[in-house]
Write a protein that binds this ligand. Structure first.
Ligand code: LMR
Length: 337
């Protein structure tokens, strides 16, 4: 294996963090570095800070949680590698970014119009689907602790996106999922994976023409200021999985882990309880700022988008496998083709 400079520094940091666990008995707090890519003022950002507050309280200071928001420590791809190497201990990536962990099945959650509403999403993640997906991580040395909600995607460009033909020839930034890649291709556009921290500039300079995301991410990253038209399409859902390195988590003293589990359960309830309102408020702010024009699809337009993207379901078999699709079909009562 070629050891690059970046990889070397990740490995050095990993050795340091193992040392941090060992010295816990000598009264040094155990440090949990929690890296993520969005702003503090979003559902995930607030959830991470809530976890910090509760974890430090419930462990009586035995644990210190350092939250690194806004890609300040690592960008999307690097943070996954850093977790595997142990140089960060906790992440909450969007489930669209799990293929590099060897768990492409998570991308099934990106299927267009999969969740009829928030309640359906919630039921899926709390039930068999959420549990089944977390099992897929075990063999990768990763443990899934919770799912955090961030609502439904909007989509934007510098022209109104009202009919499938409006997407023709436009370049769209996507976050990582091949399912999203597929539905953008079916609309005749050119999807491109890009780290979240690079999106604003890419939109501003025209490296890409458009993107998809939730209102809270648009407003905190100012995407609305560099996109003339946003369609509130709700065409796909954005959710996170809070994950830890299994070796790190399993190596924690049992009483500490119990307290952290409690902190995570409460932080999860909190995050999921604010997600919808945070996005409603963000959308209201975008409207008020008036830097962009918001569009809402008519029932006929929605039907045309759904029809254009529908072949993604058939295509998905080859990407995520039949098993997860069958599980979803059974639990959500949706047809897979
Ligand atoms: C994105 O990269 O678009 C999002 O997944 C960022 C995030 O974590 O919400």
């Amino acid at each position: 294996m070629i050891i690059t400079r970046r990889r070397f520094s990740l490995m050095a940091a990993a050795a340091l963090s193992t040392a941090a666990v060992r010295t816990a008995s000598a009264q040094q707090p155990i440090v949990i570095k929690f890296s993520h890519v969005v702003a503090n003022d979003t559902p995930k950002g607030k959830g991470a800070l809530k976890f910090k507050e509760l974890a430090e309280k419930y462990t009586g200071g035995k644990v210190k949680v350092e939250v690194y928001p806004n890609s300040s420590l690592f960008k999307d791809k690097e943070e996954i590698e850093a977790l595997q190497l142990g140089s960060v201990q906790m992440l909450a990536p969007s489930t669209a970014k799990f293929a590099p962990l060897g768990a492409k099945e998570f991308e099934a959650l990106d299927l267009p119009w999969l969740f009829a509403d928030d309640a359906t999403y919630d039921r899926a993640m709390k039930g068999e689907i959420g549990k089944w997906l977390f099992k897929k991580l075990e063999s990768k040395g990763i443990s899934g602790l919770a799912y955090w909600d961030n609502g439904f995607h909007m989509v934007s460009a510098n022209r109104p996106l009202l009919n499938p033909s409006d997407f023709q020839g436009l370049k769209f930034r996507i976050s990582g999922s091949k399912i999203a890649d597929q539905y953008f291709r079916l609309l005749g556009s050119l999807p491109q994976i890009m780290a979240f921290s690079e999106v604003y500039q890419a939109l501003q300079t025209g490296v890409v023409d458009g993107c998809e995301n939730t209102p809270s991410n648009y407003v905190t990253q100012k995407f609305d200021e560099v996109q003339k038209h946003i369609t509130v399409s709700n065409h796909a859902h954005l959710q996170y999985a809070v994950i830890v390195n299994s070796k790190f988590w399993g190596g924690l003293p049992a009483d500490v882990r119990t307290s952290l589990d409690k902190a995570m359960a409460e932080a999860t309830d909190y995050t999921n309880s604010i997600a919808q309102k945070e996005n409603e408020d963000a959308l209201a702010e975008i409207k008020k700022k008036g830097a962009t024009t918001l569009h809402y699809l008519t029932p006929d337009q929605t039907k045309a988008w759904r029809q254009a993207m529908a072949p993604t379901y058939q295509w998905a078999k080859g990407r995520v496998g039949q098993e997860v699709l069958d599980l979803i079909a059974k639990n959500l009562d949706v047809k897979m083709n």
